[in-house]
Design a binder for this molecule. Structure first.
Ligand SMILES: C[S@@+](CC[C@H](N)C(=O)[O-])C[C@H]1O[C@@H](n2cnc3c(N)ncnc32)[C@H](O)[C@@H]1O
Length: 230
């Protein structure tokens, strides 16, 4: 059969029918007042940036992943106003720690207030600097149990590499926005962010150090689990 030329893709592509997305959210353990207030404050204070905040079902998924990995040490790349960091911190094992990476003092000042309210401030070590620098400065031993990547898309290949080498066997990296609202399958989309996400998606799939799966949660979440040698 002759190959068809690639078709243009309309954006955004809804991976899941929006009505079903609402249904999914309605059948997730509800957010508590703290997360609800944080979402509301972010919406009011930063309306043009609210889209960056993860959804509550994704946040609940992060808490579960953190719990399931028994995470003592977690790393987040991209904190914004703190929604995902609270979800991860809540899943940490006793005396666990989350290293949160961001470049914005302004946005993370909102996060700090909500970390206090959620009672997780003592578990979170916020590092304000380009995340590549923060990650490269971490010890090189395989000690990270769980990591979440949700920052500038062009940085993903570096963040993945710096994190996977420090991940303990059995540890998990979750990468957000791996479908870029369908841009990954649209050959017309060739900006630096599109290219970086395609590159990291291919790298993860081919990486013999991990097993991986791409999940159609919101804008796509890849889980990469470091192999445990037998
Ligand atoms: C999509 S938002 C993160 C949303 C967050 N996970 C949440 O649940 O609300 C991306 C964040 O990455 C941060 N960021 C952008 N470039 C960065 C870089 N080079 N190093 C560290 N953080 C960066 C931005 O300041 C922004 O807060």
């Amino acid at each position: 059969m002759a190959l068809q030329p690639p078709q243009a893709v309309e954006h955004p592509v809804h991976i899941v029918n929006p009505a079903l997305d609402d249904y999914v959210l309605a059948h997730c353990t509800p957010a508590d007042d703290i997360l609800r207030d944080l979402a509301e404050e972010t919406r009011k204070a930063l309306p043009e940036h609210t889209v960056m905040q993860i959804s509550h079902d994704e946040g609940t998924f992060l808490t579960m992943l953190t719990q399931l990995t028994g995470a003592q040490l977690a790393v987040e790349v991209g904190t914004f106003t703190g929604y995902s960091s609270i979800c991860i911190a809540r899943g940490l094992a006793k005396d666990g720690q989350l290293i949160a990476c961001d470049v914005s003092e302004e946005w993370t000042s909102i996060a700090r207030r909500y970390w206090d309210r959620a009672g997780v401030a003592d578990r979170i070590d916020l590092r304000i600097a380009p995340a590549a620098d923060t990650l490269r400065a971490l010890p090189t031993e395989e000690t990270i149990d769980f990591a979440f990547i949700d920052a500038d898309k062009t940085g993903y290949p570096v963040y993945y590499e710096e994190l996977v080498s420090r991940l303990r066997p059995g540890g998990i990296i979750a990468l957000d926005n791996v479908l870029r609202e369908g841009r990954v399958i649209d050959p017309a989309c060739q900006d630096d962010a599109d290219a970086a996400i395609r590159a990291v998606n291919d790298t993860v799939t081919a990486d013999p150090r991990v097993t991986s799966v791409m999940l159609p949660i919101r804008d796509g979440v890849t889980l990469a689990r470091k192999r445990v040698s037998s």
